[in-house]
Design a protein around this ligand. Structure first.
Ligand code: 6PG
Length: 266
């Protein structure tokens, strides 16, 4: 079955048969962008999504042909968000990436910028992460291209990978939470009442300054929300994924047929 393509508002939507094809095509996109940026500028900077969807994609990247062909030593890894747990906790987004990908791919430790979300002081954790991100983009290996960024006080990731929750959240930008309003910081601690927990998350402006933003979302629990996010009224407090609009970059939704079932075919 060929991939269905939609263009909804200014988002490109690619619809794949099922979760398996979705993960494979997401892995191929990652590899293609990695090659493009490493060839073009010697490095590839990516902020990973958490949750369960990326697991299948990371496992594919950690196996042939990707493990042999992706320029791992020139990729710099960040996260869009993290749970306030230790890095070896089952809920850790970093822990999932280490288990599925970094335990196999030859990524130098110094290329991995984990969010220190286990810190007791959650604001300090967000500030520490934001400072490390900006140090990388302003003075480190990412520096030479940052000054061309639309917002020089924000990172300019080559790729931000995102998931979408059934409630329309992305990263840890949850409905009706204070992080949705933050426009002057790279990362913040965000209290999430529904989970009775703190999360550390990139802010929408930090995500929107990226060159490429890609959502990867599948499954029946996303169907109605995807319809509302892509085709419904603009209500970002209810559907924070609607906040994601790159200022000067691409926005791609990679979804499966189940999640896309209610989308208007165009
Ligand atoms: C997290 C993620 C979060 C995730 C969505 C979708 O820390 O949980 O960053 O934003 O992408 O909740 O999660 P699933 O992929 O598990 O549906």
């Amino acid at each position: 079955m060929s991939t269905r393509m939609l263009s909804i508002s200014d988002s490109q939507v690619r619809i794949y048969r099922d979760g398996e094809e979705l993960a494979l095509k997401a892995a191929r996109l990652f590899a293609r962008l990695a090659d493009q940026y490493v060839v073009g500028s010697g490095r590839f900077t990516v902020a990973l999504a958490g949750g369960s969807t990326p697991r299948a994609m990371f496992k594919l990247l950690a196996a042939s042909p990707f493990i042999e062909t992706v320029p791992w030593e020139s990729i710099y890894f960040f996260w869009g968000d993290e749970r306030t747990v230790p890095p070896d906790h089952p809920d850790s987004n970093y822990g999932m990436a280490r288990e599925t990908l970094f335990s196999k791919a030859p990524v130098p430790e110094e290329n991995i910028f984990r969010i220190p979300a286990e810190m007791e002081d959650h604001d300090a954790a967000a500030e520490h992460y934001a400072a490390r991100v900006m140090q990388f983009f302003l003075t480190g290996p990412g520096a030479s291209r940052t000054m061309t960024a639309p917002l020089v006080n924000m990172p300019r990731f080559d790729l931000v990978l995102l998931g979408m929750g059934p409630d329309g959240h992305t990263a840890s930008l949850f409905p009706a939470t204070t992080a949705l309003e933050v426009s002057d910081r790279v990362a913040v601690a965000n209290w999430v009442e529904k989970f009775n927990t703190w999360r550390i998350t990139l802010t929408a402006p930090a995500i929107n300054n990226a060159r490429n933003i890609t959502f990867v979302a599948g499954g029946a629990d996303k169907t109605e929300t995807l319809k509302n996010v892509l085709e419904g009224e603009y209500q970002p407090d209810l559907y924070p994924s609607q906040l994601i609009r790159p200022g000067n970059g691409t926005l791609l939704w990679m979804v499966d047929e189940t999640a896309a079932k209610l989308l208007s075919a165009k």
